[in-house]
Each structure stands twice: as C-alpha cells, then as structure tokens.
Design a protein around this ligand. Sequence first.
Ligand SMILES: Nc1ncnc2c1ncn2[C@@H]1O[C@H](COP(=O)(O)OP(=O)(O)OP(=O)(O)O)[C@@H](O)[C@H]1O
Length: 814
Amino acid sequence: MSREKSEKAVNVQVLLRCRPFNEDELRNNAPQVVTCNEYQREVAVSQSIAGKQIDRVFTFDKVFGPSAQQKDLYDQAVIPIVNEVLDGFNCTIFAYGQTGTGKTYTMEGECKRAKSGPNGQLPPDAGVIPRAVKQIFDTLESQNAEYSVKVTFLELYNEKSLILLGHEEISKEATPEGEELIKCGKLNLVDLAGSENISRSGAREGRAREAGEINKSLLTLGRVITALVEHLGHIPYRDSKLTRLLRDSLGGRTKTCIIATVSPSIHCLDETLSTLDYAHRAKNIKNRPEVNQKLMKSTLIKDLYSEIDRMKAEVYAAREKNGVYIPKERYYQEESERKAMADQIENNQKQFEELQVKLDAQIQLSSDLGIKLNNTEKNLDQTCKLLATAKEDIKAYQYTLTEKDFIIAEQKKAAREDRLSAVNRSVVNDFQADLAEKIGSLSSIIVASMARQNEQLQCVEKLCHSCLEVHNKIEAMRNMVHLNKAGIKASVEDMSSMVSSNFSSLGQKFHDSQEHTSELSKFIIELLDKIEEETHKLDCHAARAHEAQTTSIADFQKAYEVDVRLVGLRDASIENMAFLDEHKSIMECATSDAKRKWQAFSAQAENYSKDGADFSTAKHCRMELLLQQCVKTVDGASKHWKKTHESINEMSSEHVTAVEAIVRNAVESSEQHYLEVGSSGTEAMENAVKNSDDIRRHIDRLTEHETEAASGIIANVKTHLGTLKDLEDDHAGRTTDIVRHTQNTFQNTYMDDEPSGDTPTRSETDVPSKGTIESLRSQPMEALLEEFRENNPYESSKEPKPSLIPRSPLIQLN
Ligand SMILES: Nc1ncnc2c1ncn2[C@@H]1O[C@H](COP(=O)(O)OP(=O)(O)OP(=O)(O)O)[C@@H](O)[C@H]1O
C-alpha cells in the first residue's frame, strides 16, 4: 500500500450486533423492537409514540443479527483488520453497549468454559480475542519469520478493559548495509464497561465511586467522539485514562472498529436507542491510518534497553519507598515545565480576574440574551412546529405525488395494454367478421348446393312420378282404346242394325200411314158426301118446311077463325117436329161419329160438329117456342154448315198436304239420316283408325320421352356428382383457407404484450376471452391507491424531534 494512499482519511468502521433473546426475555415473552437487515446493513427500532408505531432506521458498516455466529462476525469484520495489523498498521477494535448485550461474548467468547476442539481449533463460541491471537500466531508461524508478540492486559477500575498489543519482528528485509528491518503492528482489543445508567449498572455503595470513574471514562469517550465528529478544536483525550489510551484510535493514525452491541428486547429500548445514536455518530470520526515506520533492529534494541533501564529505575524507587525516583533529565525537564506552569498560572490568575469582570458583564449580557434566547427558542419551537407541519404536509404531498405518479404509470401501462387489447380486439373482431363472412358464404353455398340438390332430387322424383303417370296413362289409354274399339264396334253394329230396323219400321209406318191417310180420306170424303146429302136433305126439308109454314101461316090466317084448322096446324107442326127429331138424331149420330173420327186429327172439327149438334139441339128446342126464328136458324145453320164444310174441306186438304209434307220430310230425313248414319259410321271407323294411329304415335313419343328422361336423369346424376365433387373440393379449400387464416391471425397479426420495461410481467398469449379482456382493464383508482399504499406505507415524520445533541446514557448521569 502506498504511503500516500494509506494516509487518506478513513472513517471509523462501526459494526452492530444484536444478541438473541435470553432466557428471561423469552420467559417474559418480551416483544422484539429491533429488526436487523444484514443485507441492507440496516437496523430498525420500532417505537410506539403516542399510540403510533414509528420505526427508526440506522445504517452501519456491517450488521449482525441474533442468528449471526462468532465465526461469521470474525470472518467478515475482524480478519481484514488483523491482516492490516500484520501489514504494519495499528488497529483498535472495541465493543460498546449496554450491560448484558454481549460485549464480552463478542470480544472473548465463551471459550473458557468450552473445550477447545481437536488440533487446537477454537470452540464455536470463541470471540474476537482468541481468534485474533490464533490468526496472528498462525500467520507468523506459516511465514517462518522471527517474531515477538507482546501482550498487555489492562483492567481499568476493576472493570474490564483489555489491550492486546501484537508486536511482530520480521528479518526477511534488510538495508543495503545488511542491517535488519523490523515491521511493527499494534492491535488494541477493548472490552468496555456497560454503557448504561449507573443505577442500572448494578454498581452499589462501595462500587459507586468506581462506577463513577467508569462513567467518567465513557463520558469522556462520548465527548471525544462528539468533539471529533463536530470538528471542535479541543479534543478532551486527557480527561480520562481510557481516552488517553485510545487517543491514537480516535482521530489518530490507527484504524478503528467499534462493535456496538444491543438487545432485541423492548425492556432495553432506551439504552438500545442510545447505543445506536452513539455508534451512528462515531461513524463520522475520521482517522488517518499510516503504516508504522520500519525500524532498524539496532535502533529498536537501543530503545528497548533505555526503556528497560527507565523501568528498572522506577521499580527500584518504588521498592525504596523514600521518594520517587526520576532521572535527572526528566527532573530538569519537569522542573522547567513546573516553572513555566507557575508563570502560566500567575498570568492565568490575572487573566482570570480580568475575565471575571468580563464574565460578570457577560453574565448580565447572557441573562439578557437568555431572555432573548427563551423568546427566540419559543419562536424557534413554534417555527419548528410549523416547519414540522410543513414538512409533514410536504411529505404527504410528496406521498400523494408518488401515488399519482404510480397511478399515472399504472394508467399509462393500462393505456398501453388497452391500446394493445384494442388492437388485439380489432384483430379478433376482424378475424371474427372474416370468419363469420367466410362461414356465411360457405353455409350459403352449402344451402344453395343443398337447394340445388333438393331441386335435382325433386326433378328426379317428378321424373319418376311422371314416368309412372305416363305408364299409368299408357295403360289406361290402352284399356280405353280397347274399350273404345269394342264400344265403337258395338255402337257401329247397333247403329247399323238400328238403321236397318228403323228403315224397315219407317217403311212400314210410312205404308201404314199411307193406308191410314187414304182410309181417312175416304172416310172424310164419305162423311162429306153424307154431310152434303144431309145438308141437301136439310135444305129440302127447310124449303119444304118453309113452304109448309108459309102455307100453314096462310091456312092459319084462314083457319084462325076455325079450330079445325088449328088442329091440322098442330098436327103438321107435330109431324114437322118428328121429322126434325129424326133428322136431329141422324145429325147427332153423324156429328158424334164425325166427332169421334175426327177427334184424333182435329179438335176444331169436333168443335164444329159439336157446335152443329149444339146448334141443332138449340134449334130443335127453340123450334118449339119460336117458329119465326126457325127460318133464321135454318139459314144460320145452313150458312154455318156451309162454312163448316168449307173449313173442313180446307182443313182436310191442308192436313193432307201437311201429312204428305210430313211424310215426305220423314222419308227424306230418314233417307238423309240413313246416309248420315252411314257416313258417320265410316267417319267413326276412320276416326277410330286415326285415333289408334295417334295413340300409337303418342305411345311411341312417350317411350322416346321416357328414354330421354332416363338418359337425362343419368346425365343429371353425373353432373350432380361432379358438382358435389366440386363442392367438396371447394369446401376443403375454404376450410384450409380458414385454418391458414386463423393461424396467420393468431401467430402473426395477434399481438402479444411486449415487455416495455415498465410492465413487470409478460402477459400470456391467449385468445382474449371475456375474463382476460376484463383483466386487461385498468384497475379502478381506489384499487391502484390501495395497492400503492400496501407496497409503500406512508411514514409520518411526526415523531419527537431528536435533540440536537445526541442522547447519551452518560449525559443522563449528569
Ligand atoms: N450473540 C450472542 N449469542 C449468544 N449468546 C449471547 C450473545 N451475546 C450475549 N450472549 C449471552 O448473553 C449473556 C450476557 O453477555 P455478556 O456478559 O457478554 O454481556 P456484556 O455486554 O459483556 O455485559 P457486561 O457489560 O455486564 O459485561 C451471556 O450469557 C452471553 O452468553
């Protein structure tokens, strides 16, 4: 190590060790208030102030918790120090802490009670001192060097304070003149007394003075440390033996390590805090360690001899008990010092008096200033309170700010995740839409193809049905043709027989009718002749009657005067009447006969006959009553008969012509009918032949159609099969397309959450379900705040303001 480097200021190294709970504490179930974080070199002390749990945290160069073993502490903290001692540095290790916190355990260990292990190995409870001694001896032994080790044990005021001085001699190096050089290193190992309050140190009565001395040493140590830390001009080393001994270790050229020991129990809380404050302050002490000058062996021997002489003289003087022996030079030196001091005292006395005056003035001034100071302190207190409030506010604001930052960061993250999920969502939506469209088109194609298939099936079915129908129709037609043929044949035969029979009956009827007509004509002619004859008779009779009546009238006129003549008239009238009666019956007979005969031909003739008969009857009746009306009646009758005759003639001639015409027409129509029947028969025969030909042709056509339909069906089935194959290919292609598209979507398009540095974990790639989409949502503000507060509990700074001067157990004694 270069000299320059070694002379750099080095802070005192401060270690903290917290012992485990002892049996008492475990029995009393004492709460733990000290927590050690070895990794972060921190010690946290939990305090409950005004019901509030407040943690104070101290950082040290190294921290050893309750579970740390002796070996751990030695290996990590002491080995390097011992090595430096062997390199020629002066080093000091001292333990500081409350009684019972393990200072002695740490420095000495419990090797006295424990047996040493095999091969001279130390027991596990061995402390720093035995381990350091062993290391020094082991190292020196291994170097085969010539060495000497000086050990001094010093106990201060019945209390332990041990100083071990390691002194090493190495003859390996030599000056050019061949002189040997000696390297020296000094290691001070100090186990201080308990740092606690005298009343709790256990010192009673007789030991109180000693305790006072102990406390004086520790108090001075505290002052020295304060003076060193605050860079005060005067460092009161000389105020105690301990500080005098450790002068070089504190702010000097020695490397120093303080091991502060504490208890974890709540019962030692005050002392623990005091020790921690004390040790924490000691961290700021700076030393300037430097390697000891290498001494020439001869010089060292000379020094040692003079030292031996001096000590021998002192021992001699002490033994003589008649004064104190001091060498002459030292006496003269001390005498001159004494004189100088007497002068100094005198001067000081004068200065003291002057200062006394000044002091009085200053006291006055200071009392004034005290009042001012009080006011100022009050103000300061107030200001401090305000400051504390402001600080607390600032802290709260800062906490709120950090909260907000956290929320903003979370929300940014959430926004990024949102964006990503939005992109993913849109990709999924696109994909879904695309897939839906493709599936839709596929299904529509399937539907269309199914419809087409159905149509084709229906076509096939219709064709089959129509085939069947055609077959049935053909069958029916064949039957009908057969029936028609038979029917036509029968009807033709019937028709021909009917025509022939009709023709013969018509001929017979025509003949009968001719005979009947001729008979009727004869009868009519006879009747007419008879009527003519009767009419003639009637005319004659009427003429005779008229003549007779004329004669009778003349006779009556002549014979009016005579009765005989009346009787003759009556007889003539009676005769006339008889004739008329006879004639009347003849007429009646003729009329009824004519009436009966003509009834079938003409009702009119009958009526006329009846009228004639009626007329005759009426005439006959009236002839009896009114003779004058006879002539009129006969005239009328004759006229009437004439008319009747004429009409009958007319009628008979008309009827004959009509009958002739009818007969002629009938003959003509039957002839025509015969002709028509013949022609219709021929026509029917022709039609039948023609229909048969048509039906045959139709059947041929149907057969052709059937064949065509069958081939069409086969062709259809073939095309259908082709279509089905195409559809299958198409479906396969589309399915592959969909699968490829899906893969593309989820492997390329779908984006994963890339780690950006602000996101702690990478999200799993997954098709976003409802649930995962939910989880991607940013947490609500309250949840974020809660999460932040859980991870960063708010530490209020409203704790009792630490006093400017560190609280020391030694100060409390005062
Ligand atoms: N780290 C530790 N591991 C196990 N036991 C310990 C530890 N530290 C201390 N002890 C035990 O605690 C008890 C008290 O320890 P010790 O006597 O070393 O305290 P001390 O600080 O030296 O007290 P005093 O100031 O009174 O001398 C001892 O029985 C010791 O074995």
